[in-house]
Design a protein around this ligand. Structure first.
Ligand code: CUO
Length: 669
């Protein structure tokens, strides 16, 4: 369907030049344009669109408008790269608008949205533009397909003002017969999936070099996904499941199934399901230009392991590049993902990305059924499927193998002489060291993503995990005789493994979930540090995850600036794992490291940086000089077997519990 209107709050429409109309609409052009140019209150204001000579889009139209689109498919990546370059290449914002309007009715909608988002994020003249949240553009990638027919009915029949939110049931993809379903609240969380989409939007692995080459992007690929694994494993223990089993036997059966129950409104098809006990096959999908064998994947794996064992990789010219203590992980991240920054993509291949592709085509490896990819083939939907965590568990394990080869941190490198952490505690609702979680219902307006008349808000109501806000109280003594600066690093981990035994340090370090990281000033003597859970350096607030959640909310100003980047961040409502009704025993870890060894000198004022631990800071260096995950990114020094033995005086551990209240609370609006 044509989309001649900008979906803004003001109902304005683009004044599309006649010869911009796609061929099929040219004979009826005026009728179509005037139909979309009217609202119940009369004609809408028109936004002029400059007529320019638009570059040919033939190649870009090789992805049809009604196809699904995936960045994991090499052909799709290349075409996306071209469209991004067209959007980046035009001279002014007016020209960009003109090309975008022209392209909007010709190219695949997902591709269009992705390429335009990347361009808006990287053009110097579009830094303050507002872009609607991805869930508003493509709600079909996030919610139960059943919602849409109901939404259509509501929008057509029920007058605004009388509409009640359409409820998405909490459990709609499986029953309790399937034990993996216990984790559905995490895998299918809208905010979690929006974060993952945004992360990959901010850190594309293939585009112009200046777009891809961000500070420590390979290391951040490793760390952000390592933290997803730590969080998922934590949630599994809360649900009486053991940690994820890596997907290591690529020729064996995958026992877990997944039925996404999503419909693509663009492709007018259901997302394919993955039934139980399927096996990967060699891929022969000429239509996607994918011809690749499992043996290829194995060859890449062997070369990567060889590089890790030797501590050396070779680049495309055949030179040796050392995997150094600090930068090696960044090289490996780009190599394993892979991105165009890989030292030699021909030799080390495209392992992680192709793993996604193999799994996403498991149901139709040679395209004989004309089926598209499953949810693993799209970063917007991949985290819904249990196999995502088995695949990333495997990938993370490779990174951990490399980390095991690095020198251990010495007590000197971990300590901060003269600084001791004397006391730490959590406080919420008068409860000390007891976190509380619950179900919460929230509403989100999907009408912008639904192309039918009449318009007006159509809310869906979904149920998600939430925790009662809390604060940290940290007492630090400074006996150095001067004022000092430190970085406060806060992590949380389950206290016991799946058998109920205390952890070995080498396992527990991989379970450490980062909760916060911030700079502190330490005067001489006793310092009391208070910090709210909502200030976390890994999360963004609920309102940012969902942006213009409430369409009546006033928009504009700084809050809306740099939207795309700022949409990256773990959702605040998922900061704390679910816990258990009895109260899950956990350990809170706090460390004050020496800021002199952490600092990165740069100006970050006015820049969206509240999820910097996972997303970095836009156009700046990663704001912490230490390796990501410090101090838990390596094996411990000799003689250390437990967390307690690992501690230096500038660290402290406190037992806390997470108590889950299995009731549904309505969000106070
Ligand atoms: Cu984020 Cu595999 O990298 O999905």
């Amino acid at each position: 369907e044509p989309c001649f209107m900008p979906k803004g709050d003001n109902n304005s429409v683009f004044d599309v030049p006649q010869d911009y109309l796609p061929e099929k609409y040219k004979p009826v052009g005026q009728v179509v344009v005037s139909r979309f140019g009217e609202s119940e209150t009369g004609p809408n204001p028109k936004i002029p669109v400059k007529r320019i000579s638009v570059p040919p889009l033939d190649e870009i139209q090789e992805i049809r408008r009604d196809e699904n689109f995936s960045l994991f498919i090499p052909k799709h990546r290349k075409i996306a790269g071209r469209l991004i370059n067209i959007f980046l290449g035009v001279k002014s914002v007016d020209d960009l608008l003109s090309v975008a309007v022209y392209a909007r009715d010709r190219v695949n909608p997902y591709l269009f949205n992705y390429a335009l988002s990347v361009a808006l994020l990287h053009r110097p003249d579009t830094q303050n533009l507002d872009l609607p949240s991805f869930i508003h553009s493509f709600p079909d990638k996030f919610v139960d397909a059943k919602v849409f027919s109901e939404a259509r009915e509501t929008a057509t029949v029920v007058p605004q003002g009388n509409r009640v939110p359409i409820e998405i049931p909490k459990d709609y993809t499986a029953s309790d017969l399937e034990e993996e379903h216990r984790l559905a609240y995490f895998r299918e969380d809208i905010g979690v999936n929006l974060h993952h989409w945004h992360w990959h939007l901010v850190y594309p692995f293939e585009a112009a070099r200046e777009v891809v080459n961000k500070d420590r992007r390979g290391e951040l690929f490793y760390y952000m996904h390592q933290q997803i694994m730590a969080r998922y494993n934590f949630e599994r223990l809360c649900n009486k499941l053991k940690r994820v089993e890596r997907f290591i036997d690529w020729k064996g059966e995958i026992k877990e199934a997944y039925f996404p129950k999503l419909d693509s409104q663009v492709a007018s098809r259901s997302w394919p399901a993955r039934v139980a006990h399927q096996k990967l096959s060699n891929l022969r999908r000429e239509v996607d230009q994918i011809v690749v064998d499992i043996d290829d994947l194995e060859r890449w794996r062997d070369r990567i392991f060889e590089a890790i064992n030797k501590g050396v990789v070779r680049d495309a010219q055949g030179n040796n590049v050392q995997l150094t203590e600090f930068e090696g992980i960044n090289v490996l991240g780009n190599m394993i993902e892979s991105s165009i920054l890989s030292p030699d993509r021909g030799y080390y291949g495209d392992m992680h990305n192709m793993g996604h592709v193999f799994i996403s085509y498991i149901h139709d490896p040679d395209h004989r059924h004309l089926e598209s990819f499953g949810v693993m083939g799209d970063s917007t939907t991949a985290m819904r499927d249990p196999i995502f965590y088995r695949w990333h568990g495997y990938i993370d394990d490779i990174f951990q193998k490399f980390k095991s080869t690095l020198p251990r941190y010495t007590e000197d490198q971990l300590g901060y002489s003269g600084i001791t952490v004397d006391e730490i505690s959590l406080e919420s609702n008068n409860a000390k060291n007891n976190l509380q979680t619950l179900w919460q219902q929230s509403d989100v307006d999907l009408s912008r993503g639904l192309d039918f008349q009449p318009r007006g808000a159509v809310f869906v109501r979904f149920t998600h995990l939430q925790h009662v806000p809390f604060s940290y109280n940290i007492v630090v003594n400074n006996s150095t005789g001067g004022n000092k600066e430190g970085t406060c690093r806060i992590f949380l981990s389950p206290k016991h493994d799946e058998r109920g035994n205390p952890w070995l340090f080498r396992d527990q370090r991989n379970m450490m979930v980062e909760l916060d990281k911030f700079r502190v000033n330490l005067k001489q003597g006793r310092n009391i540090i208070k910090r709210a859970s909502t200030q976390s350096s890994v999360t963004i607030p609920f309102e940012r995850t969902f942006r213009d959640l409430d369409t009546n909310r006033p928009t504009g100003g700084d809050a809306l600036a740099q939207f795309n980047f700022c949409g990256c961040g773990w959702p605040q409502h998922m900061l704390i794992p679910k816990g258990t009704p009895e109260g899950m025993p956990c350990q809170l870890f706090v460390m004050i490291s020496n800021y002199a060894d952490d600092r990165v000198d740069q100006d970050v004022s006015g820049i969206c940086n509240d999820a910097e631990s996972f997303c970095g800071i836009k156009d700046r260096k990663y704001p912490d000089r230490r390796n990501m995950g410090y101090p838990f990114d390596r094996q411990p020094r000799d003689g250390v077997n437990s967390l307690q033995e690992f501690l230096t005086p500038n660290m402290r551990v406190q037992d806390v519990t997470i108590k889950f209240n299995n009731r549904v609370f309505q969000k106070a609006m």
